[in-house]
Write a protein that binds this ligand. Structure first.
Ligand SMILES: NC(=O)c1ccc[n+]([C@@H]2O[C@H](COP(=O)([O-])OP(=O)(O)OC[C@H]3O[C@@H](n4cnc5c(N)ncnc54)[C@H](OP(=O)(O)O)[C@@H]3O)[C@@H](O)[C@H]2O)c1
Length: 311
């Protein structure tokens, strides 16, 4: 598996990373513990050496499993802190006393004295601008407790606050139907490492969904789109269809390759929920550039504009 530098952290990351939110069962419905373990082991066997998680995924279960499965392996774990599940109701917390305890708990679950990459988990811009959490993370790095740090963000304004605070890694959503955040930030990224998540738009970009698709309770997608919004998004998939052909075997492959082709991205965070899905993604991603031929990519960008995807 090819590797890219994670910005200026000095770390090299595989172009594909395994995210564990879907696997945890928190996001898309349950996954058995046996399948969770099999997917992590399969990812390692396929050469993926970057694993993305959060302290809250499975209420700590994903960190514990990663701790067990990655022991003695060449694996880099990215984890995220900043959600207090013990509060009623659970709330975001980016104060140092809370984060210090959260870091200790993550170190214990992952079984590592030094963590690879620690991100603040979806802070608001205002929380970041207070500076407390980012200064604390920089101090943890100076103390040798984390190799690199950054922020997982939900919008460009928060990303800018993260960059201003010196974040070395940014995680953000990026896919063919949601490209404007990364595009807006592109000129400001400098040497930051970028982890791109939701490259299949939560499964929408597989092209397998009928217009009236409904999601069961416990699946975050049930709340994400109105039926009109979902229909509009599904129509926009037409822009992607002509990119399928030759080495690009499916819409899923075109979506994945759209992200892999982007030199601003260090690693694409996959979200498979089974070994079957993982195998399909790794097989269809391709092994080396060009993931999409330049002419195909240029035409795709133009068609996305035509169907109303923000540039
Ligand atoms: N704030 C944050 O930091 C944040 C937010 C979101 C995600 N993430 C991380 O990023 C990872 C990926 O995000 P995401 O869940 O939004 O990713 P995604 O890749 O856009 O969507 C994942 C969904 O795509 C479908 N899928 C995956 N592989 C497939 C395949 N081979 N064939 C058909 N469908 C397939 C599955 O849907 P079905 O369930 O329908 O099969 C799966 O649940 C997460 O696991 C998480 O670790 C982080």
């Amino acid at each position: 598996m090819r590797r890219r530098p994670l910005g200026n952290t000095g770390l090299l990351v595989t172009e594909l990373a395994l995210g564990t939110w879907g696997l945890s069962g928190d996001a898309y419905g349950p996954v058995s513990v046996e399948e969770q373990q099999r997917v992590l082991e399969r990812a390692l066997a396929l050469g993926i050496s970057v694993f993305e998680t959060a302290d809250i995924y499975g209420d700590g279960a994903m960190e514990r499993l990663l701790g067990r499965v990655t022991t003695g392996q060449q694996a880099l774990v990215v984890t995220k802190l900043g959600t207090d599940l013990g509060a009623q109701p659970p709330r975001k917390r980016f104060d140092v006393p809370y984060l210090s305890g959260a870091l200790e708990r993550s170190r214990a679950r992952l079984g590592r004295a030094e963590l690879d990459v620690v991100l603040l988990h979806n802070p608001s811009r205002v929380a970041l601008e207070r500076g407390e959490a980012t200064a604390w993370l920089a101090a943890r790095q100076a103390a040798g407790e984390v190799k690199a740090w950054g922020v997982s963000v939900g919008d460009p304004e928060t990303a800018r606050a993260a960059l201003a605070a010196g974040a070395q890694v940014l995680e953000l959503a990026h896919n063919a139907l949601h490209r404007s955040d990364l595009n807006q930030l592109r000129a400001e990224l400098g040497a930051v490492g970028v982890l791109a998540r939701s490259v299949l738009a939560h499964g929408l970009l597989t092209g397998h969904w009928a217009p009236g698709k409904e999601f069961p309770e416990g699946d975050h997608r049930a709340e994400r789109w109105t039926s009109d919004e979902l229909r509009r998004r599904l129509r926009q998939l037409d822009a992607l269809r002509p990119a399928v052909g030759g080495q690009v075997l499916s819409l899923r492959a075109a979506a994945l390759r759209f992200a892999l082709e982007d030199a601003a991205i260090s690693s694409v965070v996959l979200g498979p929920r089974s070994c079957l899905q993982l195998d399909q993604l790794v097989r269809e991603a391709g092994r080396q550039p060009p993931y999409l031929e330049p002419t195909v990519l240029t035409a795709l960008q133009a068609r996305l504009q035509e169907v109303g995807v923000e540039p």
